[in-house]
Design a protein around this ligand. Structure first.
Ligand SMILES: [Mn+2]
Length: 457
C-alpha cells in the first residue's frame, strides 16, 4: 500500500479547502474529485456489465447494508475509493437501496452535498441501475457495515464471492477467507474503514472510533475550524473526547441529527421502508423446517405521531405483502417533548416502542403447513420477547392495532414499550433469530449473544 493513502484521499476530496458553510457547500458549482471518481467508476462499471462479462467479473462491488444509513454509504464509498485509487483494483460502491429511496434520509443528502456530490446524487450507483441485469453479472463483493451477503446477489450467481468484510455488527462467522476480515464492535463502521488504511487502530473498539476521528478531522473540510491535532490531543495529555467539544463539530453533528430526526414529511409507508432490514429464518422446530422472512423497521418517531388510526396497519400489510414477509417488527426511537416552566419545548427522555405484526398473508399460505399458524408464531414471539431481560418489554395497551380492522383476520399483533431504551436493532435482530429458529424458550440462550454495547449507526 502506498505510504499516505489518506493524504491522497484528502486531496481527492479537496479537503485542504476551507470549510464552507452549508449554503455554499450544498450547491457546488464544479464537480469535486470524489464526485468525478464516483461518476467515472459507475460509468465504467455499467459499461462492462452491459458489454463484457469477463471484464465485469473483475470489479469488486462494495456494499453497505440495506438500511442505507450514512455509516453504510460513507463506508462503502471510502472503501471503494481506497481499493480503486490506492490499491488500483477496479471497485465501485453500490448503495443497497432504490434510487427513489435516497430521498428518505435527509441527513444523507446533506452529507453527500457537503462532500461535493450533485443535487441529484446521479454519481451514485443504486439498485435501480442494475435492476435489469439478472442474475447479477459480477461476482466479487466487499461488505461494509454488514457481514452477510444478501440472497439476491448469490441467486443464480455460483461464482459469487465475498472478498472483504469490514463491519461492526454481530459476526455471523461467514467468509473466513475474506481479506481484510475486520468485524468487531465500534460506534461506526466508517472508523474501521478509516483505521484499515494508515490510521493507528486503537486497542479497544471504541478507541478505534476516537482515533480515527482525530486522525481524519485535520484532513477534512473542517481542518480550518478545529485546533491542530497536537492541541486537540497532546501526547502527554491525550483527550479522547477533544473533538466532541469543538464547536464546528458540534454544529455539524446537530445539523445531521436534526435532519435525521425530522421525518415529518414522510408517511407510514416511507417510514417503514426508510431504515429497514430483512432476514430469513429457518424454523427448525416446525415439521419440514420451512423458512419464513421477517423484517425490522427502525423509525425515529413515536407510533402515535404517524401510525395511529390504522395508518400503521395499512402500511404494514402493504409492505409485508410486497416484501413477502410474515413477521414485521417496527422499532421506534424518539424523545418526549416537554414544556418547561417558561412554556418552551424541551427535550425529554429517550424512549423506544415496538409494534409486532404476524401476517396471515401470502407467505404463510404458500408454506401451507398446518402446524405453522400465526397463533403458534405469536405465542413463541411474545413469550421470547417478554422473557428477555435485556430489552425489558412492557405491553403498551393504549395502542391497539385491532381497532381499525386493517389486518387480515388471523393476523396477530402486539405493541410494547421497551424498558431498556438502549437496545437497538443490533440487539433485537439476533434475539428475533433465536426466538423464531430456536426450539424452546430463547431467553437463556440469547443472554450470551445479544449484548450490544454500541449504538446503532
Ligand atoms: Mn453502521
Amino acid at each position: 500500500m502506498p505510504k499516505n493513502p489518506l493524504r491522497r484521499l484528502s486531496v481527492a476530496l479537496r479537503l485542504t479547502e476551507a470549510y464552507q458553510p452549508a449554503e455554499t457547500a450544498s450547491t457546488p458549482t464544479t464537480s469535486t474529485s470524489l464526485s468525478l471518481f464516483l461518476s467515472n467508476s459507475k460509468a465504467a462499471f455499467l459499461k462492462d456489465v452491459k458489454e463484457d462479462r469477463a471484464k465485469a467479473a473483475k470489479w469488486t462491488v462494495v456494499m453497505g447494508n440495506e438500511a442505507g444509513d450514512l455509516d453504510s454509504i460513507a463506508s462503502s464509498i471510502a472503501y471503494a475509493w481506497i481499493q480503486s485509487e490506492v490499491n488500483k483494483k477496479p471497485a465501485v460502491p453500490l448503495i443497497q437501496i432504490e434510487r427513489a429511496d435516497l430521498n428518505l434520509r435527509a441527513e444523507n443528502l446533506y452529507a453527500l452535498s457537503l462532500a461535493g456530490l450533485s443535487e441529484t446524487q446521479e454519481e451514485l450507483l443504486t439498485l435501480t441501475e442494475i435492476e435489469e441485469f439478472r442474475p447479477f453479472p459480477f461476482q466479487k463483493f466487499a461488505l461494509v457495515d454488514h457481514n452477510h451477503l444478501g440472497d439476491a446477489f448469490t441467486l443464480d450467481n455460483p461464482k459469487a464471492e465475498v472478498v472483504a468484510v469490514v463491519d461492526h455488527h454481530q459476526d455471523e462467522g461467514l467468509y473466513q477467507t475474506a481479506n481484510p476480515r475486520v468485524i468487531s464492535p465500534c460506534g461506526s463502521c466508517a472508523s474501521h474503514v478509516a483505521a484499515l488504511y494508515g490510521l493507528k487502530p486503537g486497542g479497544k473498539a471504541v478507541q478505534t472510533d476516537r482515533d480515527s476521528a482525530l486522525s481524519i478531522a485535520p484532513k477534512s473540510t473542517f481542518s480550518n475550524s478545529i485546533p491542530p491535532p497536537s492541541a486537540l490531543s497532546p501526547i502527554d495529555h491525550p483527550n479522547p473526547d477533544a473533538l466532541y467539544e469543538v464547536p464546528a463539530i458540534q454544529e455539524l453533528t446537530k445539523t445531521l441529527d436534526e435532519k435525521k430526526a425530522d421525518v415529518s414529511h414522510l408517511g407510514a409507508m416511507d417510514l417503514l421502508r426508510r431504515d429497514y432490514k430483512e432476514y430469513t429464518h429457518p424454523l427448525f422446530w416446525a415439521a419440514g423446517q420451512p423458512s419464513i422472512k421477517a423484517g425490522l423497521s427502525t423509525v425515529p418517531a413515536r407510533l402515535k405521531a404517524w401510525g395511529a388510526d390504522g395508518k400503521l396497519e395499512e402500511a404494514a400489510v402493504a409492505w409485508m405483502e410486497r416484501r413477502g414477509i410474515t413477521v414485521l417488527g417496527v422499532l421506534t426511537s424518539f424523545r418526549d417533548v416537554k414544556k418547561n416552566m417558561l412554556g418552551k419545548n424541551t427535550k425529554g427522555k429517550h424512549k423506544r416502542e415496538m409494534a409486532w405484526i404476524i401476517l396471515d398473508g401470502t407467505q404463510l399460505k404458500q408454506i401451507n403447513n398446518e402446524a405453522l399458524t400465526t397463533k403458534i408464531l405469536a405465542q413463541k414471539l411474545w413469550k421470547g420477547l417478554e422473557a428477555n431481560d435485556e430489552i425489558k418489554v412492557e405491553t403498551y395497551k393504549k395502542f391497539p392495532l385491532d381497532k381499525a380492522k386493517k389486518l387480515p383476520e388471523k393476523s396477530k399483533w402486539k405493541v410494547y414499550k421497551q424498558g431498556n431504551a438502549k437496545a437497538t436493532r443490533k440487539t433485537i435482530a439476533p434475539l428475533l433469530k433465536d426466538i423464531l429458529e430456536g426450539s424452546s424458550s430463547a431467553s437463556t440462550k440469547v443472554e450470551e449473544t445479544t449484548r450490544a454495547p454500541v449504538q446503532e449507526q
